[in-house]
Design a protein around this ligand. Sequence first.
Ligand code: ATP
Length: 447
Amino acid sequence: MATVTIEKVAALSRRRGFVYPSSDIYGGLGSAYDYGHYGVLMRQNIRNEWWRSMIQERDDMVALDSAIILNPRVWEASGHLTTFTDPLVDCRTCKLRFRADDLDHAQCGRRPSKHPGETPDCDLTEARAFNLMFETQIGPVRDSASVAYLRPETAQGIFVNFKNVTSSLRVKPPFGIAQIGKSFRNEITPGNFIFRLREFEQMEMEYFVPPADGPKWHEYWIEERRRWHISLGLRESHVRLRPHEPDELSHYSLATSDVEYLFPIGWLELEGIANRGDYDLRMHAEHSGTALEWVGHEERYVPHVIEPAGGVDRFMLAFLCDAYDEEEVAGRQRTVLRLHPRIAPVKVAVLPLIGKNEDMVTRARALYEELRKAMAAEYDEDAAIGKRYRRQDEIGTPWALTIDEQTLEDGTVTLRDRDTLEQERIAVAGARELLLERLQQPWSPRE
Ligand code: ATP
């Protein structure tokens, strides 16, 4: 199996229209990226899978889409104004800034092979707290009363809607509120492609439970979320759980476990699952003067909250890294993304063996028109068939259907499998049903 690096994944992503550096023609913008066609399709699949397992297939979950700019008092109550900080150090020599707790992943400005502080020239300041929230102004007058913030997480939008949700929808603990949306953090050292961005998309769910049941549900969600990543193709040996040490817990957390993924740069957080206790509801109740509690027939309490919090961009990077492979087939090099079929941007390519053969083209286009109604499909008649297969391999298309001479005689096509490279002959008439069925089947990567 090929050695995977973030650089290789980033190069393929750019070359094949998954991810572009943002504002590219102006020299880019630090750690900002734009998603191209295949990136958009893939991200949509990641969101859909999360949504399906979180909401569609459950009875205890409702959806929310809250605003990005909230009343600034929300961030006062949540503690973000005072505690959402990272320790920042400056280097007086190279003028770069680093996260004091992450120097091991940073490069010295003068000697990139060294970490900051490792050369005699490095001259680091004492660490000081740096708030990660982006400030903005509301309205035409610039004064302190108009300061607002871009949300650094989607979770608070959920907590401040607790009363709206419980009084308008038929929910009862244990139940969850799930939301997908953009978050913004003025990270000191973003980087590693789309691993750490200043603008990113979160998928968060807050699960409200009777206080005594907190630990039980925490365990449940940790396992549920680990399983989800593996069910969508991450290798089991590349996924692990890491409980936080007491001294690294966030101010709101009773306990947190991270699902970590073995990125090419090491084990890093993919998703955090926290037991937030009653911290958030209690704080918002105190600051807003609104009671935020569950009132049942014979009970009244402030629920505890379990929060699985992940990010679309970081999940995408993990899926890409796990799927990336290079191999030699019949003396020729191929790059292939072995993505889970449900995550792959395109499910099937329809290819007339000879692009200039009118009958083949007609049959291929008809099949393509039928398939595209049911799934993301592509039609390609340009270049030799081997080259067309390679193009699809590179974007991770799991299946290709090739229309050839025999199709015209007996109504069958070859179905090529991206991973095994096996070709089987199937009836054109049953192709759509067969692929839809395969999309539902479990798929596992090669270890
Ligand atoms: P870190 O310790 O890496 O800064 P965190 O613990 O602050 O992350 P959380 O607040 O738990 O992160 O965010 C939940 C999830 O949101 C993370 O697991 C990650 O998937 C995603 N996420 C957080 N920050 C970023 C970012 N800057 N860029 C991309 N994704 C992010």
